[in-house]
Design a protein around this ligand. Structure first.
Ligand code: NAD
Ligand code: TDX
Length: 458
């Protein structure tokens, strides 16, 4: 539950913060930012003394000499974010790499860092599509593994076999509406799955005993320790963990209290907490990015922007939930990939970074912009404007009213700035869907049709 004054749209049938017993325990349901955030202001300065690590970590013979700038805690046994740790990834495990953002990230990374090994682990759920990876599938450093992030042995073996130094974790159940119809899969993948990856990373990067090392076929030099800047668990998360903003509230910063409203958002919040705890408790080198709404090529057409483009092409209605005045902060997926790259290479270990587009739009503004582009790029045969297809439909349960990201930390610390405006990014996106009709047709069958029937009660 949230303390925000107006998180629920007027149409919503969901509990308001004022209602019943939920509002009687604000200190439980609404922890203060200091309880939940990683607090950039609390960064501990790099210690000049070589400090022993936490008790768990100090037992590790694979870390002969703690280095001063990394993860050392001075008096406290609780680890704090530490700057001046520069990571140079060589072998990446990209989970969920066959999905929308994951596949764009794989394209981005292979193009920019040709020498790096890129291993993709994806269960190929309805949202995973090998076709998203076809353009890079013949790259010599590319490997696709069809498997589940909840398969601990598989993940441990992959980390060892491929000498993985960097995990970029995209795999998730990602659609809010599906989480309303069936939350279980969200808990399974987003919470249990993330925890399985964390356990595997801890096992391979932190827990190896000297006997294991001696009998291992992996060279000692490839073994990573929490004291090294050689490994990283990067967790890709969402702005939805922060809940819903009122019209005049400041944008979400890294210290905003978590207040997830949908099962999807709650499962992502749970996974964020687990990642944070593996840093604080065990010293697993991690970073988290919480990003706003992405759009761009390869996005599954259950999400607003591709759904609207494809419905225009099919001459079907353009369903807008409720009054259409809900606000999202839109970011082109390439700019999200750039942000993750910066966090990996220059980010502070243990830190959360918000990534956003500084681009708040109501859903009505989005649908109208798409209709204008479609009128220009693929006019309706009977010349009727596509906006005539806009239809207001029943609101989403618990529909968050407004998201907005304050990206000052990543901007000032890492020099991040989006390169696409909404106008340029949306035009490119519409052009991509128009030019990739085969990709669209191959997706809009079977399960997809069933989902559309179910969600829109056709
Ligand atoms: P997506 O639904 O398009 O792709 C998810 C991918 O994960 C698919 O390829 C799927 O097959 C794979 N997957 C699902 N369960 C799996 C499992 N158990 N094991 C292995 N693979 C599994 O999602 P997306 O939109 O690309 O989002 C990627 C990540 O970014 C998610 O963690 C999401 O929460 C986050 N995020 C998304 C957005 C957005 O606007 N789409 C914004 C902020 C954050
Ligand atoms: O048919 C629709 N009609 C409609 O009005 C759909 C599918 C959506 N909407 C509205 C709901 C939202 O206010 O459009 C807005 C955007 O909806 P989605 O594309 O479903 O995205 P959202 O729910 O905001 O969540 C997205 O951004 C944050 C991603 O799906 C998440 O994975 C990400 O974490």
């Amino acid at each position: 539950m949230t303390t925000q004054p107006s998180p629920l749209s007027p149409q919503s049938s969901v509990l308001t913060p004022q209602s019943s017993a939920l509002s009687t325990q604000p200190s439980v349901l609404n922890p203060q930012p200091s309880d939940l955030s990683t607090q950039p202001s609390a960064l501990s300065p790099p210690s000049s003394t070589l400090n022993p690590q936490t008790s768990d970590l100090s037992t590790q013979p694979s870390a002969p000499k703690p280095q001063p700038s990394v993860l050392s805690s001075s008096q406290s046994s609780v680890l704090k974010p530490q700057s001046s740790v520069l990571l140079t990834p060589h072998s990446l495990l990209i989970t969920g790499g066959a999905g929308f953002i994951g596949s764009n990230f794989v394209h981005y990374w292979i193009k920019k860092y040709q020498e790096d090994r890129v291993v993709i682990l994806d269960a190929l759920t309805y949202a995973g599509n090998p076709a998203n990876l076809e353009p890079v599938a013949n790259h010599p450093q590319y490997r696709f593994v069809h498997g589940d992030i909840r398969d601990y042995d598989l993940v441990v073996n992959l980390l060892q076999e491929e000498k993985i130094d960097t995990i970029v974790h995209f795999a998730a159940e990602s659609h809010v509406d599906r989480s309303i119809h069936g939350p279980d899969a969200f808990v399974d993948t987003n919470i249990i799955g993330t925890h399985t990856l964390l356990k595997a990373a801890k096992k391979v990067w932190l827990d190896r005993s000297s006997e294991e090392l001696e009998s291992s076929s992996i060279a000692q030099s490839s073994v990573l320790s929490p004291q090294s800047s050689l490994c990283r668990f990067h967790h890709v998360s969402t702005d939805e963990v922060y809940g819903s903003l009122g019209p005049d509230d400041p944008a979400f910063s890294e210290t905003t209290a978590y207040a997830p409203n949908s099962p999807y958002a709650a499962s992502k919040a749970g996974s964020d907490y687990l990642v944070r705890s593996y840093f604080k408790t065990y010293g697993l080198p991690m970073t988290i990015s919480n990003c706003s709404n992405n759009y761009g090529p390869y996005q599954f057409p259950e999400k607003l922007i591709p759904l609207l483009i494809l419905n225009c092409l099919a001459g079907e209605s353009l369903p807008i939930y409720g009054d259409g005045l809900n606000i999202r902060d839109w970011l082109h997926v390439d700019d999200h990939c750039r942000g993750i790259d910066l966090v990996l290479k220059k980010g502070t270990v243990g830190q959360t970074y918000n990534i956003g587009g500084n681009c708040e739009k109501t859903n009505m503004e989005v649908v109208e912009a798409i209709c204008r582009l479609m009128d220009e790029l693929s006019p309706n045969k009977d010349s009727a404007p596509y906006s005539s297809l806009i239809t207001h439909v029943k609101d989403r349960l618990g529909h968050d009213r407004r998201y907005a990201i304050d990206a000052n930390l990543i901007t000032s610390e890492l020099g991040y700035a989006p390169t696409e405006s909404f106008e340029t990014g949306l035009r490119k996106t519409v052009e991509w869907y128009l030019a990739n009709q085969d990709w669209c047709q191959n997706i809009m069958v079977g399960n997809y049709r069933e989902w559309i029937e179910k969600n829109y009660e056709k």
